[in-house]
Design a protein around this ligand. Structure first.
Ligand SMILES: Cc1ncc(COP(=O)(O)O)c(C=O)c1O
Ligand SMILES: Nc1c(O)cccc1C(=O)C[C@H](N)C(=O)O
Length: 415
């Protein structure tokens, strides 16, 4: 069994440990919610000041050109691309994940209908997918009014059979937000292609959390967010990936002027620009967008392989310690033990999961809660230490042993 001393020794040997110094975390907090909102890169404050005071305040309208504002979605997309196995010119950082899903789904439906099987009208996804993914697919299907529908499967084992001759698009989230279950992207994409379907992957819980190789998987479209593991800031713009091979055929209904071939020609007719720019729609929140770079900069100092190795070590340690030290309590592991099927979070059920999580947060261990009865703990190797894991489990054990949680705790809007 590990001791706290062992954890401290692991931290001393950890090549990623110095990167914790790139983040501003409050004293006394063990932050295990980077899977929902990443921590603040120290550099973000100065960058925000620079954008607000210099670029906006002094540069004014000139900054669209002189501060690179107009090109920023593409430039950040190129910085993000290597983290998901994309190539330069294939990613833009823009809009929200929900909006990008809408664009990617619309493009996927269009691509499929103009390819092999135009009679197909089903979008397959999981009932356990993050709700916005399901809602956007339902919204697009209804809006198209051409017989499209969403087919929800109840387990990962049912996906293969659900991708049948009616399936136009397989839309999945790489790592499940509740359980931390990770799909085999390459295998499912190959299966979808063999059946004549197009794939859309949501990388919200994958980008910056696990190695992703979109090209090796031969995926068709992908989206993801930057405010979780990429530490872009609350509500930071999301990203969309369109591989070069699909760009000429990529068409999406949110045909705003930022996706036009010549936006400042101010022509009355829409003509999409060539390349990834056609995934853009309109003006971006520049202060927020600029901060995304501060999160991405940290990744340039390491590799996703190093991050993955530490992530698995942290999540293994957390699972082992909880199972050893909280063994007498009704905790149920819902995250896979097999490494290949695990993202960078660990979820345990507890009959009073919400109350226990509130007690943890009051003691400085910040995770979150998702129905039904799931306590989520996110592990972010850039700033989570092995000693953090030990201390978090000790606080959890103490709360459970003492029953120091309030089962009548009132709920905030965000759990
Ligand atoms: C898988 C997944 N997709 C999408 C979102 C959110 O989308 P949006 O940023 O549009 O709110 C989340 C979390 O918020 C998520 O977990
Ligand atoms: N996107 C969020 C939000 O707008 C408010 C509060 C939390 C979030 C989240 O990140 C939820 C998250 N995607 C989840 O995995 O549950």
């Amino acid at each position: 069994m590990s001791t706290r001393q062992d954890c401290v020794a692991r931290d001393a040997r950890d090549a990623l440990a110095p990167l914790r110094g790139r983040f501003d975390l409050p004293q006394g907090v063990i932050y295990l919610d980077g899977n929902s909102l990443g921590a603040r890169p120290i550099a973000a404050l100065d960058r925000a000041r620079q954008v607000i005071a210099d670029e906006w305040g002094t540069g004014l309208i000139r900054s669209w050109n002189t501060a690179g504002w107009f090109d920023m979605p593409r430039r950040l997309g190129d910085l993000l691309a290597p983290l998901v196995g994309a190539r330069p010119g294939e990613v833009v950082v823009t809009d929200t994940t929900s909006l990008n899903l809408f664009k990617a789904l619309a493009a996927a439906v269009h691509l499929q209908a103009h390819g092999a099987g135009s009679a197909r009208r089903v979008i397959v996804t999981e009932r356990s997918n993050f709700p916005t993914d399901i809602y956007m697919a339902q919204g697009l299907s209804a809006w198209l009014d051409r017989g499209y529908s969403v087919r929800l499967v109840d387990s990962a084992d049912e996906i293969a059979a659900a991708v049948d001759a009616d399936c136009a698009v397989l839309m999945l989230t790489g790592v499940n937000y509740r359980t931390g279950y990770q799909h085999d992207m390459a295998a499912l994409t190959a299966h979808a292609h063999a059946q004549g379907a197009v794939t859309v992957w949501d990388l919200a819980h994958s980008a910056g959390a696990v190695p992703v190789d979109l090209h090796a998987a031969e995926a068709d479209f992908a989206v993801g967010c930057t405010y979780k593991y990429l530490n872009g800031g609350p509500g930071a713009p999301a990203f969309i990936w369109v591989p070069e091979r699909h760009q000429a055929a990529f068409t999406q209904p949110l045909s705003g002027w930022w996706g036009h071939a010549a936006p400042f020609a101010m022509a009355p007719d829409f003509a999409p620009c060539s390349g990834i720019g056609r995934a853009l729609c309109g003006t971006q929140p520049m202060v927020s967008l600029a901060l995304v770079e501060c999160g991405l900069e940290v990744f340039a100092e390491t590799t996703m392989e190093a991050i993955r190795a530490k992530s698995l070590a942290l999540t293994d340690l957390f699972i082992d310690l909880v199972e050893q030290r909280c063994a007498s309590h009704p905790l149920g592991l819902v995250t896979p033990r097999e490494h290949a099927s695990r993202g960078s979070q660990v979820s345990f059920t507890h009959p009073h999961g919400y109350a226990v999580m509130q007690a943890l947060i009051a003691r400085g261990v910040i995770g979150d809660y998702r129905e039904p009865a799931i306590m989520r703990f996110g592990f972010t190797p850039l700033y989570t230490s092995f000693a953090d894991v030990w201390d978090a489990v000790e606080i959890l054990r103490d709360i459970l042993d003492q029953r120091a949680y309030d089962v009548n705790a009132s709920r905030g809007a965000v759990t």
